[in-house]
Structures are given as C-alpha cells and as structure tokens.
Ligand binder design. Structure first.
Ligand SMILES: [Zn+2]
Length: 381
C-alpha cells in the first residue's frame, strides 16, 4: 500500500534533471547503439553484447514498453523498433516519458548529432537551461588571445555566458588532470605563465586541449567569482579518467577555501565515491551531490546505490540527475530507475514505522526537484 502510494507520488513528481547532455538526433544501427550504452569507448570484446549488462537489461525491461514493445524483446527487435520510429519519435517518447520538470544541460561536449538546449526543451516539453563547461570556454578563447590576456578573456566570456542565461558552470578537471589540481587560487602571474606553456604546446601539437593544472584551477576559481553553482565531474565517467584521482575528497582544501564565497559546489555522479561526496555534503554548507549515471549503469541494482546515497548526507543536499547523453534511453532510465529505487527504499522506512508517508514524500520531492530549483534559482514546470 505504502509502496503504491510512493510510486504514484514519484510518477507525478516532474524531476529537475540537474546534469544532463543532449539526446542524439540520428538513427543508430545495432552496432552503433551497443557502442553508446557503455561508458567505455574501447572496442567491445569479440562475440559479446552490451545488452548483457545491467543497462541492457533495463532497456529491454523499461524502454521497450515506452516504445510500444513487449518488455524483454530481443536486442534486434528493440533496435529495429528504434529505426522504424526514427530519432524524433524515439526522443519524444523517452524524454516525455521521463516526466521532467526541467533540464540543466552541459553543452560543453556537443557534437553536431546532439540536440541543443532549445531542441531538448522542445522534445521533452520542459524548460531547459545551459551549464557552461569551463574547459570549453578556455579552449575557445585561447584561439584569439595571448598568455597575458588569457585570464581576462576567460572572465569576460564567463560573464557573457551568465548574462545570456547560463545557470551554472562545470569543471572536468578530473578528466584533464585530476581533482588534485592546485586548490588555492593561482596568482595572475602563475596563470599567464601556464597559459604561455599551453600556447607553446598548441603550437607544437596542433591541439588545444587544456590540461595544465594551474589553468584548470584558475578556471574553477573564475567560476567561484561568477557565484553561479559550480559542478565537478567526480568518479565514474568516460574511459580516459584516472579513477583514484577523481575522488572528491581531493577537493577538500578547495571546499575549505570557498566555503564563504557564495558559490555552491555540485559533485556529479560520484560513484564509487558517493559516500565521500555525502560526507563532504554534510560537512560543507555549500556542497551538494548526486548519484546520476551510476543509476543507469547499475540498473536493477541501483536500489542499493540509492540506499547508500541516503546514509549521511542531509536530504536537502542531494540532487537528481540522469547524466543522459546520446541515446534518450539514458534520460528515460535515469528517471525511471531512480523513481523505482526511491519508492522501494522509502516505502521500507514507512512500513517499518521509521518515517511517515508525508516525510517520505517530502524527502523525495526535495531530492527530485526542490533542492536543485533552489540552488540554481530556476523554476521547473
Ligand atoms: Zn555528464
């Protein structure tokens, strides 16, 4: 009875997805689809299928019915149905099926085949706002400035993005170096010297990928000055990460240094460091976290990750995210699996008389929507 009531509450709750990317706008054949339902970009092991994973199972269980198929159809039938419907209809079915109140979209890893902010709002029928990726800003401005003007160009570009309506920034220092970048604010001279080193590197390699630890730190501090929420990629992610150096505990000195700054810090994904993230969220009033992405890739076992996310972090410090990127199955499943897990965990609390139904509903609403609305200052539908 309690479980049913909570399932209903969670279905009615239009989630605010605070970390998400565009959905893919081109058709995918079986091989292409298998390639985008894993975080690994290495070739699959010969003779193996990515449908034989938690996410593959969850797609057949939950996404197949959303596309008008029986649950547990074969992978070939599933991919054939996707192709038959076409990208627009697939994206509408899955993004509307996710029942979102709003999306905060990381536009930094955009390709020509992903829907942009306005297209995502249109397809999902929910308001969408931009989150600016700091490293993408640096890589854009470095093409038209020199070492000594780099810092000012970055600051101007960030102010411009904020004025144009961006609701936050995101650092991928974890991908480019590690979260053990210099935690204190670098001096202007240090930034200019590092920018000079980077410009030499661009000259000799022809690539403008920013990875200098001083520059990554400078970008973080420029975001702090902007006073919009600052997101960090933490833990689980693409295959180029060094997992040990993506532990959010490495940011502790940065948290101490920014606690009075007025800038809120959002730790994204976090798995398998969601307990470290929850600890930081309890210790620091300006730190929040989510467990997005791990939910999709742990499928039906995501119940235990959701349970762990509710251990020591205050209920007002966790946010919902799907980290959907590419196939809209990820945007849909993030929402579906999170709702399933929250209903399961919270109904146990209520059934054991450790929590009232009203409290359970309130905690779900805080995490699914209200915490993010407050911290980003946005109004979900
Ligand atoms: Zn992401």
């Amino acid at each position: 009875l309690t479980h049913g009531a909570l399932v209903e509450t969670l279905q009615e709750l239009a989630l605010l997805d605070h970390h998400v990317h565009g959905a893919i706008s081109v058709p995918l054949d079986r091989d292409e689809f298998e390639h985008v339902i894993t975080e690994s970009d290495r070739p699959r092991r010969a003779g193996c299928s990515n449908f034989d994973t938690q996410i593959g199972l969850a797609i057949r269980k939950w996404c197949a019915p959303a596309l008008g198929l029986e649950a547990f159809v074969s992978p070939d039938e599933y991919v054939a149905r996707r192709l038959e419907l076409g990208p627009r209809a697939v994206n509408e079915a899955l993004l509307r099926g996710a029942h979102l109140g709003g999306l905060l979209i990381d536009t930094g890893f955009a390709t020509g085949t992903l829907l942009d902010v306005n297209q995502m709002a249109d397809v999902s029928r929910a308001p969408a706002w931009e989150i600016v990726r700091l490293e993408a800003v640096a890589e854009r401005v470095i093409t038209h400035c020199n070492a000594s003007t780099f810092a000012d160009h970055v600051r101007a570009a960030l102010s411009e993005a904020a004025a144009a309506g961006a609701k936050g920034t995101k650092s991928i220092a974890a991908y480019r170096y590690g979260l053990d970048v210099p935690q204190a604010r670098p001096s202007e001279a240090e930034v200019a010297a590092a920018a000079g080193t980077w410009l030499h590197e661009i000259d000799s390699t022809g690539q403008n990928r920013v990875s200098h630890p001083v520059l990554l730190s400078f970008l973080m501090w420029s975001a702090v000055d902007l006073a919009l929420p600052l997101q960090f990629h933490v833990g689980y992610g693409d295959s180029d990460i060094r997992l040990l150096r993506a532990n959010p505990a490495l940011l502790t000195d940065f948290m101490v240094a920014t606690q009075e700054s007025g800038c809120d810090v959002m730790l994204l994904h976090c798995y398998p460091y969601h307990r470290e993230a929850a600890y930081l969220a309890q210790m620091f009033p300006h730190v929040f976290f989510d467990i997005g992405e791990a939910i999709n890739y742990s499928g039906l076992q995501s119940i235990q990750i959701v349970r762990e996310s509710l251990e020591i972090a205050p209920f007002y410090k966790q946010l919902y995210s799907s980290d959907g990127w590419g196939p809209a199955e990820l945007h849909f499943l993030g929402a579906q699996l999170w709702r399933n897990a929250m209903a399961e965990v919270l109904s146990q609390w209520v059934d054991r008389d450790e929590c009232t139904l009203a409290d359970a509903r309130r905690f779900a609403t805080l995490i699914g929507r209200d915490n993010a609305a407050a911290v980003y200052g946005v109004e979900p539908r």
